[in-house]
Design a protein around this ligand. Structure first.
Ligand code: ATP
Ligand code: BTN
Length: 338
């Protein structure tokens, strides 16, 4: 006997979303006919769209439309954009409408020894995570929420500087699409025009001294609607406001094309192992180079001038000629005066 899982509220709306994705006006009657339901049932479904932050426009006497349409994720479209190297390294691509957190899902897969080479993209996260228990706001179809699972031997020290190298890979993928003014903020942000465009979250599993796994999670804003972004408590930016029209599937593929080989070369012996291969590129993209900054931990604060990063990815802070190194973890960098 086959028992099918009940559809989530969002999955139930998928057929109507697929119809409205073109951004054109659809009458209630035509939607009802295409979906095989009454006009009243169509109306009920349309009302639910606002719950996901989608703005439905009612066009008098003609019907409804989603202004600007939706550029929905599709596994076929992402796969079509992968190059040969990424195809070789990708064991499974999962594209889903809604999860708690793609990082949480992949950590579970790694713990079951089934997460290596798996990439997951979600249209929406209900509990997207940032560092240290903070949240990542990820409304439906507004960004790219991507996690990749990777298993390797040799202990967690091999990953030194990885969040910075991932930033370099993301900046290069964005440059492919002509996104201007991309910069990196130590240790895990991609900025554009002085605001946060994307964040990277690495999470670990397994025996940290030997065979372990890492989940590389990336959240990137593509078209964040203002009301759903109201909870973001720092200046943010999305791709629509700097370079509109970028296809999310093509961009996700470009990210995988860079990130999968990066993960392999980082964790396997060879000339590109570790952060040193990425340091110069990171320094060239440093948002805060030579600027006055503050570093905050839970209990202390240091002020000085940001002086780049060393070959392990540690931040160099120049405090009146005395240099101090900071290793990711528990410190946050802020522009001095903020
Ligand atoms: P850090 O401590 O590394 O300096 P941070 O303040 O950016 O950095 P993170 O944990 O890296 O903190 O990221 C989570 C933070 O990012 C949230 O607390 C919020 O301020 C912000 N944020 C959440 N969602 C988004 C989003 N979609 N776009 C931009 N910023 C976001
Ligand atoms: C940060 O800036 O602190 C990192 C944000 C990382 C967000 C991404 S979205 C995909 C993946 N899943 C999560 O729950 N978080 C990461």
């Amino acid at each position: 006997m086959h028992i099918s899982k009940p559809k989530s509220p969002l999955e139930q709306l998928r057929p109507v979303l697929n119809l409205l994705a073109d951004g054109e006006v659809h009458s209630g009657e035509s939607l009802g006919a295409a979906l095989g339901v009454s006009r009243a049932a169509v109306w009920k479904q349309l009302q639910k769209l606002t719950h996901y932050g989608l703005v439905l426009e009612s066009v008098k006497g003609r019907g409804y439309r989603l202004p600007g349409g939706l550029n929905l994720l599709s596994s076929d479209a992402v796969e079509a954009g992968l190059d040969a190297a990424a195809r070789d390294l990708l064991r499974q691509l999962i594209v889903c409408d809604e999860v708690d957190s793609t990082n949480a899902q992949l950590l579970t897969r790694l713990e079951r020894d089934d997460g290596h080479g798996v990439a997951m993209l979600a249209e929406r996260q209900t509990a997207g995570r940032g560092r240290r228990g903070r949240s990542w706001i990820s409304p439906f179809s507004a960004g790219i929420n991507l996690s990749i699972g990777w298993q390797f031997s040799g202990g967690v020290q091999l990953l030194e500087g990885l969040s910075l190298a991932v930033g370099v890979a993301l900046a290069r993928a964005l440059e492919e699409f002509g996104v201007p003014d991309v910069r990196l903020k130590w240790p895990n942000d991609v900025w554009c025009r002085g605001r946060k465009l994307a964040g990277v979250l690495l999470e670990l599993s397994g025996d940290l001294t030997d065979r372990c796994g890492v989940v590389v999670g990336i959240g990137l804003n593509v078209g964040l609607r203002g009301d759903s972004a109201a909870a973001i408590d720092q200046p943010w930016i999305d791709l629509h406001s700097v370079r509109p029209g970028i296809d999310r599937n093509r961009l996700a593929a470009a990210m995988l094309n860079r990130l999968l080989p990066l993960l392999r070369s980082y964790t396997e012996p060879g000339p590109e192992r570790g952060f040193s291969a990425y340091r110069d590129a990171w320094l060239a993209l440093d948002q805060f180079a030579g600027r006055p900054v503050r570093l905050q931990s839970a209990s202390r604060e240091w002020c000085g001038t940001a002086a780049g990063v060393d070959s392990s990815g540690a931040l160099i802070l120049d405090m009146d000629g005395e240099r101090k190194l900071f290793h990711g973890g528990e410190v946050s960098l802020r522009e001095d005066g903020e």
